[in-house]
Design a protein around this ligand. Structure first.
Ligand code: UD1
Length: 434
């Protein structure tokens, strides 16, 4: 298994290019199942979650061809349902988007309950409610999800989400694209990758309006045609490098970003005394002063993203004074704090609230990546800690960050990935997406 060894204390300087958005990719690849013809996806991040989703499509009869490192052609003209995908669908959260795309494509769906980072109960009741509203019969048992559309095709309807859910918004949007008639999703999530998915679907012939607002209207079409689509840059990857500079110090230009998507993150870093300059498609992040404490509460977009909570909490460990971080999306997303404590962090957790007392520095220690974003937080902690930090279970990190070691090394960080012989007694990765 791989681990990272980080020797902390080096400031970061230079330029880092952000890859395509993971959360857009993991929605768009399943949605490509509904496209008749070649669908070219550009700016695809090279991460294990997208590799697995492309493999799932291959197992369903899709022709998948890598054009270059970040461009893939997917041709789903001759796809079929296959139980061979179950081992893979079990391992990733985003496999639940196949429920929507299979129902759209075949009028029926067969997949497993999704995997998922374990930060509390991850219900899919809103996804199910949406599919049922569109006329699907849902059978769930023995870890399998089997669904079928009455009369072989979903029918548009009005769906009010009881909770702002990114996953349910995406799934219902996908399912509605090939349904008969109009679907209206109320209380929809507004994340940038929801807008990206809508743009992708529309470029393939769908009729989706209102993505990015709380009401999304999808007028069903008869078929989707091939086309070319470039994914947006990854908001969370960009935010992670911004947090790394805030923690380690230095000055870095983060390129290939949409600065507007980073406003929620930039605002907090500025409150902490970090200097941020915005360009058209880059932000420059500079930190040479003492960090100030602040409070953060995670919320659906445009609020502060839950996927940046572990990284910003790590930066706050080094800020003068007491900071309060409230997790507003998940019940149990503070497990990584035990790892930070091993490095000298002073944090008290009570339910969904973490009280962070700033310390003058962290010290290197052996730690583990509890999940994808928690793993990124360990990397940030290692970069600013005194001494050596060894991070285990980095396969979680590699599910969502393209070449994090290479990108940080270019900025001057002392980080290496080392591979150790795989012990068959080791656990296999069962958890997934963040
Ligand atoms: C959430 C985040 C997303 C992040 C991802 C991984 C939000 C709103 N969403 O998306 O930004 O990338 O985690 O970390 O910040 N829920 C239900 N029933 C459902 C679906 C969800 O009750 O059917 C609840 C969840 O328990 C959670 C909240 O709704 O408390 C948000 O869930 P949702 O947005 O669906 O999760 P993800 O799509 O995984």
């Amino acid at each position: 298994m791989d681990k990272y060894i980080v020797k902390g204390g080096k400031k970061l300087f230079g330029e880092v290019e952000i890859s395509g958005a993971k959360n857009a990719a993991v929605a768009i690849i399943p949605a490509a199942l509904m496209v008749n013809g070649v669908c070219r996806i550009e700016n695809l991040p090279q991460i294990s979650d997208t590799d697995k989703l492309l493999e799932i499509l291959s197992l369903m009869g899709a022709q998948v061809r890598l054009v270059n490192k970040t461009t893939v052609d997917v041709d789903c003209t001759n796809v079929y349902l296959s139980d061979e995908i179950f081992e893979l669908t079990k391992a990733i959260r985003a496999s639940y988007y196949l429920i929507g795309s299979m129902l759209g494509r075949f009028g029926e769906a067969r997949t497993t309950m999704p995997g998922g980072c374990n930060f509390g109960v991850r219900p899919i009741d809103q996804h199910i409610k949406g599919m049922k509203a569109l006329g699907a019969t849902m059978n769930i048992g023995n870890g399998l999800i089997c669904a079928s559309a009455r009369d072989g095709r979903l029918k548009g309807n009005r769906v009010y989400l009881d909770k702002v859910s990114v996953g349910a918004t995406i799934n219902i949007m996908i399912a509605a694209v090939l349904a008969k008639g109009q679907t209206v999703i109320e209380n929809a999530a507004r994340e940038p990758h929801i807008v990206d998915l809508a743009n992708f679907l529309n470029s393939m012939g769908a009729d989706v309006r209102g993505a990015g607002t709380t009401t999304i209207k999808v007028r069903g079409v008869e078929a989707l045609h091939g086309g070319t689509y470039a994914l947006i840059p990854d908001q969370i990857e960009a935010g992670t490098y911004m947090a790394a500079v805030a923690a380690a110090g230095g000055e870095v230009r983060v390129t290939n970003v949409i600065p507007k998507h980073l406003d929620c993150i930039s605002a907090k870093l500025v409150e902490m005394g970090v200097e941020i300059e915005e360009g058209d498609d880059y932000v420059t992040v500079k930190r040479d002063a003492v960090l100030r404490h602040t409070n953060v509460k995670t919320l659906p977009y445009p609020g502060f993203p839950t996927d940046m909570q572990p990284q910003i909490s790590t930066v706050l460990c080094l800020a003068e004074g007491t900071s309060i971080v409230t997790e507003g999306v998940w019940d149990n997303r503070f497990k990584y704090i035990n790892e930070l404590r091993k490095m000298g962090a002073e944090i008290h957790v009570d339910g969904k609230v973490a009280v962070i007392e700033g310390v003058s520095g962290l010290t290197g220690a052996p730690v583990a990546a509890c999940d994808l974003r928690a793993g990124a937080a360990m990397v940030i902690a290692g970069l600013c800690a005194e001494g050596t930090t060894t991070i285990e279970d980095v396969e979680y990190i590699e599910r969502g960050y393209q070449d994090i070691v290479g990108k940080l090394r270019k900025l001057g960080a002392d980080i290496v990935a080392v591979t150790e012989p795989n012990d068959p007694a080791d656990k296999t990765a069962t958890a997934s997406a963040g």
